[in-house]
Design a protein. Structure first.
Length: 192
């Protein structure tokens, strides 16, 4: 039997994202955030391409992003309700990390594997923040998938896109547990 890390396994089996709208100040400072980014960067990365990068969105930048979200919503013909919801993640945000997928040309590593690696970075960062005692949530939304918004808001180039916005701050309330997947319905066992 291999050596176990029961504390890590218990954490992973009980982890729960915190709704972004319930996250309040304080948020981690730069010194507290760096170990979380370091943990996220240990994500599986076939070919060692590092097909992702981080943009840390600190509180002073949130208002600008909320305004740009509103303008993008008007340009895209979104409803007032959709615009308000999209703006709120920045209006209420204390700190977020944009995980940017950076597609890199490779004769061996397919683009989809680079996408998977960027998604894994999002989950690793989310789990690192939760394990460190912060509240955290992985968001995206229509604005983060709009190339024009991403270029203006984050300076993204044509081969880059937002994999996720990981909001990290202090947990204001513990969310209730929610239903989890039925593993029996989702699992197939192959024994031959």
């Amino acid at each position: 039997m291999p050596p176990r890390n029961d504390a890590a396994l218990t954490f992973l089996q009980s982890r729960r994202s915190r709704p972004a709208k319930t996250l309040v100040a304080p948020a981690p400072d730069r010194a507290a955030l760096m170990p979380l980014l370091r943990a996220a960067a240990r994500t599986p990365d076939h070919g060692k391409l590092e097909p992702w990068r981080f943009i840390v969105i600190e509180k002073p930048a949130m208002a600008r992003l909320a305004d740009l979200t509103g303008k993008a919503g008007e340009r895209l013909g979104k409803s007032a309700e959709d615009i308000a919801k999209a703006r709120s993640q920045f209006e209420l945000g204390q700190l977020a990390v944009a995980v940017v997928e950076v597609q890199k040309a490779s004769p061996k590593i397919p683009a989809i594997e680079q996408t998977y690696s960027a998604g894994a970075v999002c989950l690793a960062l989310l789990n690192a923040a939760l394990a460190a005692g912060w509240g955290a949530n992985w968001l995206s939304g229509w604005a983060s998938h709009d190339a024009e918004f991403c270029a203006e808001a984050f300076g993204l180039r044509s081969h880059e896109r937002i994999a996720g916005l990981i909001h990290i701050a202090t947990e204001a309330s513990v969310p209730p547990e929610r239903p989890r997947p039925d593993l029996d319905a989702l699992t197939t066992w192959m024994d031959q």
